[in-house]
Design a protein around this ligand. Structure first.
Ligand SMILES: C[S@@+](CC[C@H](N)C(=O)[O-])C[C@H]1O[C@@H](n2cnc3c(N)ncnc32)[C@H](O)[C@@H]1O
Length: 271
Protein backbone atom coordinates (compact mmCIF):
# COMPACT_ATOMS: atom_id res chain seq x y z
CA UNK A 1 0.00 0.00 0.00
CA UNK A 2 2.82 2.40 1.03
CA UNK A 3 4.65 1.57 -2.22
CA UNK A 4 1.51 2.30 -4.24
CA UNK A 5 0.98 5.60 -2.41
CA UNK A 6 4.60 6.61 -3.04
CA UNK A 7 4.16 5.82 -6.74
CA UNK A 8 1.11 8.04 -7.10
CA UNK A 9 1.81 10.78 -4.54
CA UNK A 10 2.76 13.23 -7.32
CA UNK A 11 -0.99 13.35 -8.05
CA UNK A 12 -1.62 15.03 -4.66
CA UNK A 13 -0.71 18.64 -5.67
CA UNK A 14 -2.99 18.77 -8.76
CA UNK A 15 -5.76 17.07 -6.79
CA UNK A 16 -5.41 19.57 -3.93
CA UNK A 17 -5.54 22.42 -6.46
CA UNK A 18 -8.65 20.97 -8.11
CA UNK A 19 -10.41 20.47 -4.77
CA UNK A 20 -9.51 24.01 -3.64
CA UNK A 21 -10.82 25.50 -6.92
CA UNK A 22 -14.03 23.47 -6.54
CA UNK A 23 -14.52 24.66 -2.92
CA UNK A 24 -13.93 28.29 -3.84
CA UNK A 25 -16.43 28.10 -6.72
CA UNK A 26 -18.97 26.56 -4.28
CA UNK A 27 -18.32 29.56 -2.04
CA UNK A 28 -19.38 31.81 -4.92
CA UNK A 29 -16.01 32.80 -6.45
CA UNK A 30 -15.75 33.01 -10.25
CA UNK A 31 -13.56 30.28 -11.76
CA UNK A 32 -10.61 32.63 -12.30
CA UNK A 33 -10.87 34.06 -8.78
CA UNK A 34 -11.10 30.48 -7.45
CA UNK A 35 -7.94 29.49 -9.36
CA UNK A 36 -6.15 32.56 -7.99
CA UNK A 37 -7.25 31.82 -4.41
CA UNK A 38 -6.21 28.18 -4.81
CA UNK A 39 -2.77 29.27 -6.08
CA UNK A 40 -2.51 31.69 -3.16
CA UNK A 41 -3.25 29.07 -0.54
CA UNK A 42 -2.44 25.65 -1.94
CA UNK A 43 0.84 26.27 -3.81
CA UNK A 44 2.74 27.81 -0.88
CA UNK A 45 1.36 25.06 1.40
CA UNK A 46 2.58 22.36 -1.03
CA UNK A 47 5.97 24.07 -1.37
CA UNK A 48 6.41 24.34 2.42
CA UNK A 49 5.38 20.68 2.88
CA UNK A 50 7.73 19.45 0.12
CA UNK A 51 10.66 21.52 1.44
CA UNK A 52 10.25 20.34 5.03
CA UNK A 53 9.85 16.74 3.92
CA UNK A 54 12.77 16.75 1.47
CA UNK A 55 15.23 18.50 3.80
CA UNK A 56 14.39 16.47 6.90
CA UNK A 57 13.69 13.01 5.57
CA UNK A 58 16.12 10.65 3.93
CA UNK A 59 13.22 8.43 2.83
CA UNK A 60 13.35 7.29 -0.78
CA UNK A 61 17.16 7.55 -0.97
CA UNK A 62 18.89 4.52 -2.39
CA UNK A 63 21.62 2.96 -0.18
CA UNK A 64 24.32 3.84 -2.75
CA UNK A 65 23.38 7.54 -2.74
CA UNK A 66 26.25 9.66 -1.43
CA UNK A 67 25.94 11.56 1.82
CA UNK A 68 25.47 15.30 1.34
CA UNK A 69 23.73 18.05 3.28
CA UNK A 70 22.16 19.00 -0.05
CA UNK A 71 18.98 17.36 -1.38
CA UNK A 72 19.65 14.35 -3.63
CA UNK A 73 16.64 13.65 -5.79
CA UNK A 74 16.46 9.85 -5.94
CA UNK A 75 12.74 9.90 -5.43
CA UNK A 76 12.02 11.72 -8.72
CA UNK A 77 14.45 9.70 -10.88
CA UNK A 78 11.86 7.32 -12.43
CA UNK A 79 9.53 10.15 -13.55
CA UNK A 80 11.98 13.06 -13.94
CA UNK A 81 12.29 12.98 -17.73
CA UNK A 82 8.51 13.01 -18.17
CA UNK A 83 7.94 15.56 -15.40
CA UNK A 84 10.36 18.32 -16.54
CA UNK A 85 8.69 19.09 -19.91
CA UNK A 86 5.33 19.24 -18.08
CA UNK A 87 6.57 22.17 -15.97
CA UNK A 88 8.10 24.01 -18.94
CA UNK A 89 11.63 22.60 -18.70
CA UNK A 90 11.59 20.76 -22.00
CA UNK A 91 13.81 20.76 -25.06
CA UNK A 92 13.68 24.52 -25.71
CA UNK A 93 14.82 25.21 -22.15
CA UNK A 94 17.74 22.77 -22.46
CA UNK A 95 18.79 24.18 -25.82
CA UNK A 96 18.74 27.72 -24.44
CA UNK A 97 21.13 26.59 -21.67
CA UNK A 98 23.45 25.00 -24.24
CA UNK A 99 23.32 28.17 -26.37
CA UNK A 100 24.45 30.30 -23.41
CA UNK A 101 27.29 27.83 -22.73
CA UNK A 102 28.75 28.52 -26.21
CA UNK A 103 30.39 25.11 -26.27
CA UNK A 104 32.99 24.43 -28.91
CA UNK A 105 34.21 21.26 -30.50
CA UNK A 106 36.82 19.65 -28.21
CA UNK A 107 35.72 21.44 -24.99
CA UNK A 108 35.74 19.55 -21.71
CA UNK A 109 32.55 20.04 -19.71
CA UNK A 110 31.32 19.12 -16.24
CA UNK A 111 27.58 19.05 -15.43
CA UNK A 112 27.12 19.33 -11.64
CA UNK A 113 23.91 17.83 -10.24
CA UNK A 114 23.23 16.34 -13.68
CA UNK A 115 20.11 14.39 -12.68
CA UNK A 116 19.08 12.08 -15.54
CA UNK A 117 21.66 13.72 -17.81
CA UNK A 118 19.43 15.43 -20.41
CA UNK A 119 21.66 18.50 -20.51
CA UNK A 120 24.85 16.43 -20.22
CA UNK A 121 23.96 14.50 -23.36
CA UNK A 122 23.20 17.71 -25.30
CA UNK A 123 26.57 19.10 -24.17
CA UNK A 124 28.26 15.91 -25.43
CA UNK A 125 26.66 16.46 -28.85
CA UNK A 126 27.86 20.09 -28.86
CA UNK A 127 31.52 19.30 -28.09
CA UNK A 128 31.67 16.36 -30.51
CA UNK A 129 33.88 13.26 -30.38
CA UNK A 130 37.03 15.25 -29.53
CA UNK A 131 35.41 16.75 -26.46
CA UNK A 132 34.82 15.28 -23.01
CA UNK A 133 31.62 15.59 -20.95
CA UNK A 134 30.89 14.17 -17.52
CA UNK A 135 27.87 14.57 -15.25
CA UNK A 136 28.00 14.08 -11.49
CA UNK A 137 25.19 13.62 -8.98
CA UNK A 138 24.99 12.09 -5.49
CA UNK A 139 21.63 10.43 -6.24
CA UNK A 140 22.32 6.83 -7.27
CA UNK A 141 18.94 6.45 -8.99
CA UNK A 142 19.52 9.62 -11.06
CA UNK A 143 22.97 8.40 -12.15
CA UNK A 144 21.45 4.97 -12.93
CA UNK A 145 18.86 6.54 -15.26
CA UNK A 146 21.50 8.88 -16.77
CA UNK A 147 23.80 5.96 -17.65
CA UNK A 148 20.93 3.94 -19.11
CA UNK A 149 19.76 6.92 -21.24
CA UNK A 150 23.30 7.50 -22.49
CA UNK A 151 23.71 3.88 -23.59
CA UNK A 152 20.28 3.83 -25.28
CA UNK A 153 21.00 7.07 -27.16
CA UNK A 154 24.62 6.24 -28.01
CA UNK A 155 25.90 9.29 -26.13
CA UNK A 156 29.57 9.63 -25.23
CA UNK A 157 28.65 11.50 -22.00
CA UNK A 158 30.00 9.88 -18.85
CA UNK A 159 28.31 9.84 -15.45
CA UNK A 160 29.65 9.41 -11.96
CA UNK A 161 28.42 9.51 -8.36
CA UNK A 162 29.92 12.59 -6.67
CA UNK A 163 28.95 15.74 -4.77
CA UNK A 164 29.63 19.32 -5.83
CA UNK A 165 31.24 20.14 -2.46
CA UNK A 166 34.00 17.59 -3.09
CA UNK A 167 34.64 17.25 -6.82
CA UNK A 168 36.84 14.26 -7.76
CA UNK A 169 38.76 16.17 -10.48
CA UNK A 170 42.13 17.91 -10.64
CA UNK A 171 42.26 21.70 -10.80
CA UNK A 172 42.04 23.58 -14.12
CA UNK A 173 40.39 20.54 -15.74
CA UNK A 174 37.25 21.95 -17.47
CA UNK A 175 36.50 24.67 -20.04
CA UNK A 176 32.90 24.91 -18.87
CA UNK A 177 30.80 23.79 -15.90
CA UNK A 178 27.01 23.55 -16.18
CA UNK A 179 24.78 23.90 -13.12
CA UNK A 180 21.14 23.51 -14.09
CA UNK A 181 18.44 23.72 -11.41
CA UNK A 182 20.77 22.38 -8.75
CA UNK A 183 22.04 25.30 -6.60
CA UNK A 184 18.69 25.49 -4.80
CA UNK A 185 19.33 21.94 -3.60
CA UNK A 186 22.15 23.15 -1.34
CA UNK A 187 22.21 24.92 2.05
CA UNK A 188 24.27 28.17 2.05
CA UNK A 189 27.59 26.81 3.36
CA UNK A 190 27.51 23.76 1.05
CA UNK A 191 26.64 26.07 -1.86
CA UNK A 192 29.68 28.21 -1.10
CA UNK A 193 31.98 25.15 -0.81
CA UNK A 194 30.51 23.72 -4.02
CA UNK A 195 31.07 26.96 -5.95
CA UNK A 196 34.68 27.12 -4.70
CA UNK A 197 35.14 23.58 -5.95
CA UNK A 198 33.69 24.52 -9.34
CA UNK A 199 36.13 27.44 -9.53
CA UNK A 200 39.03 25.11 -8.64
CA UNK A 201 38.27 22.63 -11.47
CA UNK A 202 37.65 25.34 -14.11
CA UNK A 203 40.52 26.34 -16.37
CA UNK A 204 41.67 29.97 -16.04
CA UNK A 205 39.11 32.01 -18.01
CA UNK A 206 36.69 29.05 -17.93
CA UNK A 207 32.97 29.65 -17.47
CA UNK A 208 30.21 28.41 -15.23
CA UNK A 209 26.69 28.47 -16.64
CA UNK A 210 24.06 28.64 -13.93
CA UNK A 211 20.34 28.38 -14.43
CA UNK A 212 18.40 28.45 -11.20
CA UNK A 213 15.68 29.98 -9.06
CA UNK A 214 16.16 33.76 -9.18
CA UNK A 215 14.24 36.88 -8.12
CA UNK A 216 10.68 36.41 -9.51
CA UNK A 217 9.91 38.89 -12.27
CA UNK A 218 6.14 38.39 -12.20
CA UNK A 219 3.78 39.15 -9.31
CA UNK A 220 2.10 35.74 -9.68
CA UNK A 221 5.39 34.01 -8.90
CA UNK A 222 5.74 36.00 -5.67
CA UNK A 223 2.24 34.81 -4.73
CA UNK A 224 3.29 31.19 -5.25
CA UNK A 225 6.96 31.21 -4.28
CA UNK A 226 7.10 33.47 -1.21
CA UNK A 227 7.88 30.52 1.15
CA UNK A 228 11.27 30.26 -0.63
CA UNK A 229 12.22 33.59 1.02
CA UNK A 230 12.18 31.79 4.38
CA UNK A 231 14.17 28.71 3.33
CA UNK A 232 17.93 29.05 3.65
CA UNK A 233 18.56 26.99 0.47
CA UNK A 234 16.80 29.58 -1.71
CA UNK A 235 16.64 32.80 0.33
CA UNK A 236 19.59 34.57 -1.32
CA UNK A 237 18.59 33.46 -4.81
CA UNK A 238 14.97 34.66 -4.49
CA UNK A 239 16.27 37.98 -3.14
CA UNK A 240 18.22 38.37 -6.41
CA UNK A 241 21.71 37.81 -5.03
CA UNK A 242 23.08 35.10 -7.35
CA UNK A 243 25.67 37.50 -8.79
CA UNK A 244 26.88 38.54 -5.31
CA UNK A 245 27.06 34.87 -4.32
CA UNK A 246 29.35 34.11 -7.27
CA UNK A 247 31.70 36.99 -6.50
CA UNK A 248 31.85 35.89 -2.85
CA UNK A 249 32.85 32.39 -4.04
CA UNK A 250 35.85 33.96 -5.79
CA UNK A 251 34.67 34.21 -9.41
CA UNK A 252 35.87 37.31 -11.25
CA UNK A 253 32.65 38.23 -13.08
CA UNK A 254 29.00 37.19 -13.08
CA UNK A 255 26.39 38.45 -15.50
CA UNK A 256 22.73 37.60 -15.86
CA UNK A 257 22.18 36.73 -19.50
CA UNK A 258 18.55 35.67 -19.56
CA UNK A 259 15.54 34.35 -17.73
CA UNK A 260 13.00 31.56 -18.11
CA UNK A 261 9.35 31.57 -17.11
CA UNK A 262 9.79 34.65 -14.93
CA UNK A 263 11.49 32.91 -12.02
CA UNK A 264 14.59 31.12 -13.35
CA UNK A 265 17.68 33.14 -14.22
CA UNK A 266 20.50 32.25 -16.62
CA UNK A 267 23.92 33.40 -15.37
CA UNK A 268 27.30 33.36 -17.03
CA UNK A 269 30.10 33.35 -14.48
CA UNK A 270 33.85 33.57 -15.18
CA UNK A 271 36.78 32.19 -13.18
C1 LIG B 1 16.36 19.58 -9.90
S1 LIG B 1 17.65 18.42 -10.19
C2 LIG B 1 18.39 19.09 -11.65
C3 LIG B 1 18.92 18.00 -12.54
C4 LIG B 1 19.50 18.50 -13.87
N1 LIG B 1 20.64 19.33 -13.68
C5 LIG B 1 18.45 19.17 -14.70
O1 LIG B 1 18.68 20.32 -15.12
O2 LIG B 1 17.42 18.56 -14.98
C6 LIG B 1 18.87 18.80 -8.95
C7 LIG B 1 19.93 17.72 -8.84
O3 LIG B 1 20.92 18.13 -7.90
C8 LIG B 1 21.37 16.96 -7.24
N2 LIG B 1 22.08 17.27 -6.01
C9 LIG B 1 21.61 17.40 -4.75
N3 LIG B 1 22.61 17.62 -3.89
C10 LIG B 1 23.75 17.66 -4.61
C11 LIG B 1 25.14 17.84 -4.29
N4 LIG B 1 25.55 18.02 -3.04
N5 LIG B 1 26.05 17.80 -5.31
C12 LIG B 1 25.64 17.61 -6.59
N6 LIG B 1 24.35 17.43 -6.94
C13 LIG B 1 23.42 17.45 -5.97
C14 LIG B 1 20.09 16.17 -7.03
O4 LIG B 1 20.32 14.79 -6.76
C15 LIG B 1 19.37 16.40 -8.33
O5 LIG B 1 19.62 15.39 -9.28
Amino acid sequence: MRKLMRKWNWLCPPLMMAVAVWIFTLLGFTVWAAVFMALLLVCPAIIIYALVKMTRSKAGLSPETLHTRGMPLDVLAPIYDRYCPLIGLGRAFRQTTIRYAELMSGDSVLDVGCGTGVLTRLAALAVGPTGYVIGIDPAAKMIGVAKKNAVEQGSQAEFRLAVIENLPFEENRFDCVLSSAMLHHLPPDVKMNGLSEVKRVLKPGGRLIVVDVDRPAIFLWWVILWPLLFWSFTEEQVKGRIGALMLRAGFSRAEKVGSWGGFLGFWKVYK
